[in-house]
Design a protein around this ligand. Structure first.
Ligand SMILES: [Mg+2]
Length: 364
């Protein structure tokens, strides 16, 4: 009889603990300068912050924000996903949602991140600071001046530099490459990110020029993800890192033997990536999708774990490409408060509810 009551008590307590309160807040911000890529301009970021609270008071934070380059439909899909969520959910319902086909990856990131934080999985000994980031150089003629500034004011040596290519005329970019190679210190590392914008002949010409270049770390997504055979051919000549291919064909995350650009806030539940890095998986490079302070804690934590692994490399945190303000604070509470002033509709009755209000339009 006693054991029966004990069972009932456990069942009731367990049910309470597994109920989770969800709150969302919209945010929006404009990048200090638009980022030009082969896929288009990235000018701003819009999305939602998640506050997930367990019945015992534990809190986890998340962030759901697709990239503008993925088109407005990806943003609408997140909004629809949020509107389908109740304000209070059983944990198993959230876990099911995470694995359901059609859940936008950035929404799965928000939920998985918050659950991992609730469970004390992500930073059991406190959030780690990120190692120094690679510098991000703009495409085209703006590159040399940005490089000089980076060499003057950057994190010092050894320096990792990522330059956006395939965004303008190829012969001009080839001239700029020669200038870059002249000015880049001997100890620096160079990544060239074409965002899938080259054709095979162009990519092969660049690979030929750089095959003996000791500072080349990798060509990043040199060809369209549709040309996987071409990417494999190229990888036989120079190191090739996949980026957009991994988003289109997530199975490549388990099969591509070379470098992988991993953008945690855009690729779903972050717990498998966290576990992989904790287990010392090589050749994963952590990269930003211009997160708020909440997503950025994750990026920094994962980058710090990467640096402790067998193939440490500078993460891509795009220093200087986020505007100032509370949205980028290290304290999630400050980010949460900042979202109210940046993107929420203060007059909305449901500003903290499950339905996602539209972030302020017309920003940039
Ligand atoms: Mg890239």
């Amino acid at each position: 009889m006693v054991s029966g009551w004990r069972w009932v008590w456990r069942w009731v307590a367990g049910s309470e603990v597994s109920r989770l309160q969800l709150q969302w807040r919209a945010f929006a911000f404009v990048l200090p300068q638009p980022l030009r890529t082969a896929r288009g301009l990235l000018r701003r970021k819009r999305g939602w912050l998640l506050r997930l609270q367990a019945a015992d008071g534990r809190v986890g934070w998340g962030e759901a924000a697709p990239l503008e380059l993925d088109g407005p439909e990806s943003w609408d899909a997140v909004r629809a996903g949020l509107e389908s969520l109740a304000q209070e959910l059983a944990r198993r319902e959230l876990e099911l949602l995470l694995t359901r086909a059609g859940t936008p990856p950035c929404l799965a990131f928000a939920l998985g991140a918050a659950l991992a934080e609730l469970d004390g999985l992500v930073a059991p000994e406190g959030w780690l600071p990120a190692p120094p980031s690679a510098g991000l150089l703009p495409a085209g003629a703006a590159m040399p001046e940005a490089l000089d500034r980076l060499l003057r004011e950057g994190p010092g040596l050894p320096l990792s530099v990522k330059w956006k290519v395939a965004a303008g005329r190829d012969h001009q970019e080839r001239e700029l490459l020669e200038l870059l190679l002249q000015r880049l210190p001997a100890t620096a590392r160079l990544r060239l990110d074409a965002n899938g914008g080259w054709d095979r002949p162009t990519a092969l010409a660049w690979a030929e020029r750089l095959a003996q270049e000791p500072r080349l770390e990798w060509l990043e997504q040199p060809l369209d993800p549709a040309d996987q055979p071409g990417l494999e051919l190229l990888a036989a000549q120079v190191p090739v890192a996949l980026d957009e291919s991994l988003q289109l064909h997530p199975q490549l995350r388990t099969t591509w033997p070379g470098w992988q650009v991993r953008r945690p806030s855009q690729e779903g539940d972050p717990r498998p990536l966290l576990a992989a890095l904790q287990a010392g998986r090589p050749r994963l490079m952590l990269s930003t999708a211009f997160e708020t302070g909440i997503g950025r804690r994750w990026l920094q934590q994962l980058a710090a774990l990467q640096a402790q692994g067998p193939t440490p490399t500078a993460p891509g945190l795009a220093p200087g490409w986020s505007p100032p303000g509370p949205l980028f604070a290290a304290d999630p509470l400050a980010v949460w408060a900042g979202a109210r002033s940046s993107g929420s509709n203060p007059g909305s009755r449901r500003s903290d509810g499950p339905a996602a209000e539209r972030p302020a339009a017309g920003l940039g």
